[in-house]
Structure formats: C-alpha cells, structure tokens
Design a protein around this ligand. Sequence first.
Ligand code: NOJ
Length: 729
Amino acid sequence: MESDKLSTLLKDMSLEEKIGQMLQVSGVFYTEDGVLTGPANTVGYTEEEIRLAGSVLGAVGTEQLRQIQTRYMERQPHHIPLIFMADVINGFRTVFPIPLAQGCTFDPELVEEGAAAAARESAAAGLHLTFSPMADLVRDARWGRVMESTGEDAWLNGRLAKAMVEGYQGRGGLRKKGRIAACVKHFAGYGAPTAGRDYNSVELSERTLRDDYLPAYREAVGAGAAMVMTSFNTLDRVPSSANRRLMRDILRGEMGFDGVVISDWAAIEELCSHGVAQDKEQAARLALDAGVDIDMMTNCYCRHLKKQVESGAVSEALIDEAVLRILRLKNELGLFENPYKDADAAEEQALALCSAHRQTARRMAAESFVLLKNDGILPLAAECRLAVIGPHAANPEIYGAWSMHAAPAETVTMEAGIKNRGCGQVCFAQGCALQEALGDQDGQGESTEAAERLLQEAVELAKKADKVVLALGEHRLHSGEAASRADITLPACQMELLRRVCAVNKNVVAVIFSGRPLDIQEISERAAAVLAVWMPGTEGGNAIADVLFGDVNPSGRLSMSFPYSVGQVPVFYGQFRTGRPCTEGTQEKYVSRYLDIPNRPLYPFGYGLSYTTFAIGPVQADAQRMRKSDRLRVSVTVKNTGSVGGSEVVQMYLADVSASVARPVRELRGFQKIYLEPGEEREVSFEITEELLRFHDIHMNYVSEPGEFRVYVGNSSETKNEAVFWLEE
Ligand code: NOJ
C-alpha cells in the first residue's frame, strides 16, 4: 500500500478498531484451526477484544497462522492483517548457541548468518517479527537472563546487536522473502537488576546509563530495528512502560527511532504493582503518554482507553499516532498485499534443520566455546581410551531457555557427537543427576543408593580410561527469564562426581554447559582442562567433538567474566580505578580490595586459550599526538608461534588517563578476528578517531577531553601491551 493511503485508512477506522490494533494477545487463544478458544483466556478479555487485537505472539506454524489470519481478516472491519510475533532468540528449529555464547565468537558476520538462518526458518513458518536482539548490557552472573545478552561490554554488544538486526531484517526491506522484523529489547537497563534478581529495580547513574547501557540499543536502532520493547524494571524509580523521558525524549528524540514500541508482557498492568498507577485506567494513560504503542497481554488499553478518549482525559491524537506506526510496520512487511508473507508449509519443512543451517549452527557453536584451561591434555588423540561421564553427556536439552521450537530428538548430544567422530575406545556413564532430587538434599533414602551406584559406575570407568571428559553444568532452565540464582556453583552431586573422578584419574577435561558464567574455581583447580560450551544448541555435540579432538582449534573469547566467587559480582573488566587502587596480591590494608578473595575475576572478559600460541608484538602508534580531526593508526604484529593453524581475537582497549569525571580502567573499542597458519605473521591495525574517545563529561555533554590516553592491544581485557598518546586541544 502506498504510505499516504495509511492515513486515509486510519481516518476511516473506528476508535474501537484503532485501539484493537494496539493490543497483542497470545497465540494460545486460538485453536489449530485459527478459532478463538475460551479457557486459555486468563486475562479475561471479551471475545470482541480478542477479535480486534492487531497482533498475536507465540503462535508459529504455517497451517495455524494461515487459518488465524484468514479468519481474522474476514471479520476485521478494514481487512487489516494481523502481525505474528514470537521469541526467536537463538534460532528457530535449528538452534544456535545462546546469545551469550554468540558473544564469545567475536564474529559479527557469523552472528548475522545465524540470525538470517533463523529468519528464513521462522518466516517460512509464518512469523513476521522476532523479539530479538536483547541488547541489554549484563554484568551480574546471578541474573538468569545473562544468557540472552551478548555480554558485559557495550562495544561488543553494539556490534552484535547490529549484526542480529541485519541478519533478521536484511538490508533490502522487510518485504523481502525470508526476512522478519527485529525488536530490540528491553529498553532500558533491564540487564542491571539490583542484586541480580529478575524484574528487580535498576539504579544507574545517568552517566552510566548513557555511556554503558544505551549504546547497544542505539546500534540496533541505527541498524533499522523495526520495533523496541520496554523493560519490566524501574529506572530512576520510573517503570520503563511509563517512562516518557526514556521512550519519547531518549529513544525517539535522541536516537531517532520512529518504529513501534511494544510493552513487555503485562508490563502496562504492572505499573499498578510498581505503585505508579492507581488502577488500569491510569496505567493505560501513563503508558500511552510515554509512547507505548502496543499493550502485550493485558486489557489496559483495550478496556480502558476508549472511555478516557470519550471523556477527554486521553487525546485521540496519541492513539492515532500509535496506530499509524503499527499500520506502517504492517505495510513495510507487505502484509496488506500478502497477509501470509512467507508462510509456506513445504518450505517450512524444507528449511527446518536443513544441512546449511546445521552447518552454521555447528560452526557457530565451535567458535563460541572458550578453552579456559589446558595443561596440555587437549586436543584428544583419536586412539586414546576415553571415558565420557556426566549428567550432560547424553542430555539433549542443551539449547537454552528460549528454544521452544527445538525438539530434543533433533539435538546432537555430546555423546552422539563423540560417537559421530568415530574415535577409538569410548565408554559412557551418567555419573550423577543434573540436580539432587528434591527432598533428598540431606542425603537420605533410596535415591542416595541409586546416586552412589551412578557414582561408582563412573569411577570404575574413569579408572580404566586414559582420559576422562566430564560433562557438567546447569540445567537449561536454570538460566533465562525468572531464573536468577544467588549461588552460582554447580550442584553438590556434580561436585562430588568431579572429586571422585579426579581422585582416580588425573587427565580430566571438564566440559561446562551453562547459561551464565559460574563459580568454577574448584573445577578449574581439579581438572586438567576446562572448556566452557554454554548452551550450544542443535549441533552442540558435534561441535564439542570438533574442538575436543582438535578438528577445530578453539577461538572463543569470554564475552562475560567468570567470577572468582559470587561475592565479587557484578564483576567486569571496565571497572573504575577508585581513589585507592589495589595492586593484585598486595597485603596493604586501606586499598580497595577483599580480604578473602582477589579483585580480579577467575577468567576475565576477552580471555580464551587456543591449541596454538600467538605472539603479539608491541603496540606501534603512527604518532604520539593527535588532533580531533586526525585518525591515529595503531598496529601490532601477530604471529602464530605454535604448530597448528588457529584464530586469534585481537582486541583494542582505550583508557582515558585523566578527565572531568572518573573513567573506566579501559574500554573495548575495536576487535579483529584473524586466522593464521603455523608460523604465519600478520599486521593488525586499528584506527583511533576522536569519536572513540567520547564520553559524558561533568556537564553531561558527549565529548572527548584533550589529554593523555593509553591504548592496549592484546588477546584479553587484562593485556599489558600498551602505548601512550595525547589528544590535543
Ligand atoms: C517476556 C520477556 O521479558 C520478553 O523478553 C519476551 O519477548 C516476552 N515475554 C514475550 O514472550
């Protein structure tokens, strides 16, 4: 439809019909034939309200979506199509590693390729929009949703959020086949809940919000994300869904976002629980005023806006503005011409888990694994006698909390991956359950005997093996939404298995599955090698075999620090110096440190080992001084000094030595992933522009300040390889 016709259409719509467009309901309200059902309606919508709702979330599948759309359009007064949205977070039928793991690839192209594959599969299944990327910065491993972010760094998150948006949406318009719209979330600051507890309030200074938390959303918006979702939390004590300054001034005004804003699930009604709205009527008014266009799953808008417009309490112009944005999105997707878009049963089947998508998933998984420790026992030799032990060894549920469309039967387990690799003698044992059985924590009863038998069996296998691969970790639902944890160690039964196995075999490789950085201090002391594999997805098992046997040389680098202990969190590399900086290992008293643990995390952001070694030469800057209009080039030579080919992630960090406000000890401002054959050497260079040196100064202006800077180039956030330069007036 030509866009000027949308305004004509809008003028022709009744108030009720318009408000209908602003409601999103769950797909569970429809039967497979697209007919409305009653019992699932826990919100208490009237049938008419659901009938007019302009979008549906969570329903997938060509057949059902075609039916729902057809029936809806028949009775929609202007035959306006529905828009179908869902959470396609790390893949659809083919499941890619969780976003936190994707962060560890430091590979925006690969991340884009994964998003594009997810878009193709879900578009063919009838979807029009995904609630991804989650661009929330995360620094507290207790929060379960760190799995859904690409990590603790604003720069990396920005690059990857952009890559995801471009992967879903493409660059040629949303109508293009196989493309779906992207919704960046959760605006804003959802990744910093106090004490790591999900949905908790967020306290961020304006400067921290702007310097650290907003940039990744801005990148996603700049890449053209069609939609933005509000966050559940308060920010400066105002819930996002009622936060006019955030949504209108910052998002629309400063960032120039002109797409649709949707609330998170029930977040408008929750304005009452937050205590900023007396009732749903006021909640609806506040959210509309803040610029929230779609109400996800409450009846605040559909039940409480009409009468407020009629009484003059709410301006109809606000409703028109919201509806026009929604119609525009439908039009950009081409739904007025083709309401089914790419829904196609044959294609849906052909694309789901097709070999091309599986290959991308396998490559991405292998690239996301981070080798945290290796005393030389990896890679494994094909001919060794291997015991594969642990509750994750044969577990197919290794795809993360959001993969509702993944069937376990389609997932390659670690056991299957190792068998597929076809190596010498391998035997398997579960060793223990993922969790202690409920009610048996005090070690009583029958299940204790069963647990002991499992342990014994594992110990016997470990005794006879040359090497043991021990698959430990979290249950997939122990991270994700509403899955915060105060204790981020592994369950006692798994630790017992580790101790018993390590007591009889010194060659233990711990493979850790998780949705977050865990406290793995004891594991890393006991095991000879530790490989973090996150929730690796459909091809996880094959990818693990690829890396364990050295077919793929690990190149993942941590996107989030592994704490030394939970008492350190939030722990992240971009901290501040404080007035009393601490030199690691000092016994000095009045400095900023813990008495009982180090300040540094166990494994920092950017860290990860390889089967080869890289020598990174000193940082060479082409000048020591730069003017604001200059581009300063810094370079290093990187040489593969080992005996196998491998990829290195060369990272550039900048530090502002003295400024009008305290600045982080360093900030990532560039990275390049390069592959080098043994003995090969390459120069890697970065360009520093004045823009990279900006921050919010004492007056809250976004500027750079002349003076001394340090540039670090290396392969972790702790690199000491540095050069100094000066920015002139
Ligand atoms: C709640 C989650 O916070 C959000 O990320 C998700 O997209 C919606 N539910 C819809 O499922």
